[in-house]
Design a protein around this ligand. Structure first.
Ligand SMILES: NC(=O)c1ccc[n+]([C@@H]2O[C@H](COP(=O)([O-])OP(=O)(O)OC[C@H]3O[C@@H](n4cnc5c(N)ncnc54)[C@H](O)[C@@H]3O)[C@@H](O)[C@H]2O)c1
Length: 398
């Protein structure tokens, strides 16, 4: 059987986790890469043994051998690159967040429909194996009817090579006082410059950007949301640059007396062990008969089983599912390949991805307006964007 051929567009930090899902597939191959920085694509291809490096995006799209592309670039480019790929009849997987606003989502969905290609929003949390186990337990009625959901998230800093301010804090005597090995993965400073600039990222790095994962599972687990209310504060991460936390987001599901709370704390001296981003998550799903606790989606702060169930006075630990962050990426890549192969919808379609983005934008607007937002009547208005580190620098030089 001839293998379907896929190309990664953007060879930055996250691209490294998009490789493993193609290994051991006899129906698909990671055939090529393109990055506007050619050396990045060349180095990546060499490291992962990828056959082809393209010179331009148009070359990828004009290649009749290419089945689909995975768009792994800054957020302000998601819409344009997706539409171009759809018009070239290539299937598209676009990394989260789907786009900057709902209008862009609509254009992307329409382009995929008009050209008869798949549009998958690549979000990995809905594919995290312990989360899938939790969903299965819920579907089997193990904890009864879902009554509520609580999500706790800590962003740490101590000794983290991933948090921009950590190095500076260490120099100032913060992290250096404690003998701990560095944690987290290395992120190119250039990646932070677009991320902390809302005109390029679409919103803050915590609630808008990373939040897309969380809003995805809140909807995927329980369903449509009726209303949301949020407080989103700011914490300085670099001189003149802030991140969008601490924050609390609360919401009510549609047609159910079920509420959710997502509580985010920026704990700048908290040591969070992990191979990837130093962000620790704990989720508590309360049912009428039992409770599920889920953790270690990104980091590995708590050395407990990734999924624990309390029911009828007994505690059950589920330790057998793969629970490295990478495992969720592998499942998500398989979802992309399989949705094309079996001509079915991906888990997160363009339409569902739009609902997730709407939830995120409504939460952010709620905080700005200091009032709750009803999602059905929510109108996407351009959010005033904050500029990033470079714009501050250039402004000073004028
Ligand atoms: N699923 C997750 O957990 C997760 C984690 C991190 C990032 N992401 C998402 O992945 C995407 C990329 O993030 P990243 O951290 O890899 O960013 P990055 O800055 O590390 O890499 C982006 C790459 O895109 C390239 N690029 C920029 N413009 C381009 C263009 N026009 N054409 C081709 N290449 C171009 C850059 O040269 C760079 O190599 C974003 O959507 C981000 O939100 C997802």
């Amino acid at each position: 059987m001839e293998k379907m051929k896929f190309v990664l567009i953007g060879c930055g930090r996250i691209a490294t986790l998009h490789v493993a899902g193609y290994k051991d597939r006899d129906d698909a191959v990671l055939y090529g890469v393109y990055d506007k920085k050619k050396t990045a694509a060349e180095d990546f291809a060499k490291e992962y043994g990828i056959e082809k490096v393209y010179d331009t995006y148009e070359d990828v799209l004009n290649d009749p051998d290419v089945t689909g592309v995975e768009i792994l670039v800054p957020h302000h480019l998601h819409c344009a690159l997706t539409i171009q790929a759809c018009n070239a009849k290539k299937h598209v997987s676009v990394q989260k967040p789907m786009a900057m606003n709902l209008e862009e989502c609509d254009k992307m969905i329409a382009a995929a429909k008009e050209n008869g290609v798949k549009l998958k929003v690549f979000e990995n949390f809905v594919h995290y194996p312990p989360y899938l186990r939790a969903k299965k337990l819920i579907a089997e009625g193990e904890i009864g009817e879902i009554k509520g959901v609580r999500y706790k998230m800590n962003n740490g800093g101590l000794c983290s090579i991933n948090v921009p301010a950590a190095k500076m804090r260490a120099k100032m005597g913060g992290a250096a006082e404690v003998e701990l090995p560095p944690t987290g993965w290395k992120v190119d400073p250039l990646s932070w410059t677009w991320r902390l600039n809302e005109t390029l990222s679409g919103g803050g790095p915590v609630v808008f950007d990373d939040g897309y994962h969380k809003f995805s599972i809140f909807i995927d687990l329980i369903g449509d949301v009726e209303k949301v209310s949020a407080w989103i504060d700011e914490t300085p991460v670099l001189p003149g640059v802030t991140q969008d936390s601490p924050a609390v987001v609360m919401w009510k599901y549609k047609d159910k007396k079920v509420y959710g709370v997502w509580d985010i704390t920026a704990s700048e001296d908290l040591y969070i062990k992990g191979k990837y981003y130093t962000c620790d998550e704990r989720m508590e799903i309360t049912g009428s008969r039992g409770i599920l606790w889920l953790t270690r989606c990104t980091a590995e702060m708590l050395p407990v089983a990734p999924l624990i169930m309390y029911k009828d006075g007994k505690m059950t630990e589920f330790r057998d599912d793969p629970c490295d962050w990478q495992d969720a990426f592998i499942n998500s890549t398989h979802d992309f390949i399989d949705c094309i192969k079996y001509d079915r919808d991906p888990i997160l379609t363009g339409e569902k991805g739009r609902e997730v983005l709407k939830f995120a934008l409504a939460a952010i607007d709620s905080s700005k307006k200091n009032s709750e937002i009803i999602l059905d009547s929510y109108e996407d208005k351009p959010v005033p964007k904050k500029k990033g580190v470079l714009s501050i620098f250039f402004k000073k030089k004028k």
